[in-house]
Write a protein that binds this ligand. Sequence first.
Ligand SMILES: Cc1cc2nc3c(=O)[nH]c(=O)nc-3n(C[C@H](O)[C@H](O)[C@H](O)COP(=O)(O)OP(=O)(O)OC[C@H]3O[C@@H](n4cnc5c(N)ncnc54)[C@H](O)[C@@H]3O)c2cc1C
Length: 465
Amino acid sequence: MTSTAEPTLESLRTRLSGAVLTAGEPGYDVARSVWNGEIDRHPAVVVRPAGPADVATALTYAREAALDVSVRGGGHNYGGAAVVDGGLVLDLSSLDAISVDPAGRTARCGGGATWAQLDAATQEHALAVPGGTISHTGVGGLTLGGGFGWLTGKHGLSCDNLLSAEVVTAGGDVLRASAEEHPDLFWALCGGGGNFGVVTEFEFRLHPVGPLVHLGLFFWGLEDGVAALTQAREVLATLPGEMGALVAGLNAPPAPFVPERHHFRPGYALLVAGFSGEAQHAEAVRAARSGPAPLFEFVSPIPYVELQRMLDDAAPWGILGYEKAAYADGFTDEVIEVIADFLPRKTSPMSIMPIFSMRGAFTEVDDDATAFGGPRRESILINIDSLATEPEPFAADRAWVREFWEALVPFSSNSAGYVNFMAEYEADRVRTSYGPAKYERLARIKADYDPRNVFHHNANIPPAR
Ligand SMILES: Cc1cc2nc3c(=O)[nH]c(=O)nc-3n(C[C@H](O)[C@H](O)[C@H](O)COP(=O)(O)OP(=O)(O)OC[C@H]3O[C@@H](n4cnc5c(N)ncnc54)[C@H](O)[C@@H]3O)c2cc1C
């Protein structure tokens, strides 16, 4: 039933158990802030729901008041999809409860939990869900777009480990989606992003991990670019599929394991993470050492939660950020040449180029089993990020990202990359990322669950007509 009375904020407040924040109220500025310091939006109202009923109420209010809606999980989307000027933000940070069933090896977490929170709770039982590589990222956006990190080779994407989700649809229905219930919606949630509803709770399958795992980090200077990347290619070719691997172009951090003379030095790092004992990891370390001598290395057992937050300082909250990414079938000579040519041209010491190795269990999942857009074969995902604290180097490196990406396009297998690595959604990039068949299937499901495209502040898939 449609109300004819003008909806007021007071009426919203009385209908909700959770908080309502507007400009000038304590908490409003925190609630509208996101990871990317470049984003400064002023929503008309922020709702922090206490549960799915509040989400449904807020959606009704937004419809009656003709307000645009955005959904905020961990606030990490580069383009600031979580906040909308003049609209209603559903800030799910209030939904961060986590429960772990160690015997059944499952965990449930609220739609606004971060990986730091989920990892801490699951690691109490030496269990884990494959997550991302930065612990302050939200479980919500990362999982809905796919989600990969150190454990992807061993246990697949985050969404490959999703068992069910509690979803509030655009129409205010509260559903449980799983392989058995609303299987079309469940399929779409596994990679199709935030298009289909508000997930108030995720249920994941857990795996035994750690608490101690093995890390090997090797760092070469810019002068060794081609040799270092060729060495990374050799190592990845022999590395067991279940091991985690990351290649990064970055400046060495001022960390205790970095000799002082190399602090902030630009170069290339190869990181390998082992989860199956010392012998397997020692073999990978031997392979990494078999090429050009690195400037320094760090080989050590490390608590899994430390591995998960090891890169947090490389992408701190509030930094100015811009990114573009592309898939390639591996470190071909051409790809190596482009990277070695472009990496030295970045101006901000914070700017970074993480290259994710898509491997092992990730490749064993059928391409059509989930909505995830990337190819389910061994490949690399090259992510180029302008990160800076000041506008000038940020703008210079944003141009660098664009130019670098353009140079990679001819050698990439999917130049649109991953929906979660898009600072902006230029024409057709989302469609290209999924490919036409998956995109059209997603658009049909969107038409069933969100025909008016209420959830469009995301890597949007408009409903099929
Ligand atoms: C520093 C950094 C490191 C990253 N590292 C990785 C990585 O290692 N691996 C990886 O796969 N990705 C990584 N990402 C990308 C990350 O997956 C996306 O930015 C993702 O959108 C973050 O989710 P969030 O909930 O924090 O974001 P938000 O900005 O809060 O949300 C982004 C979008 O997701 C949707 N959304 C979020 N939560 C929900 C929910 N509960 N229900 C419905 N919709 C929701 C909304 O549409 C929202 O617009 C990284 C991003 C950053 C900034």
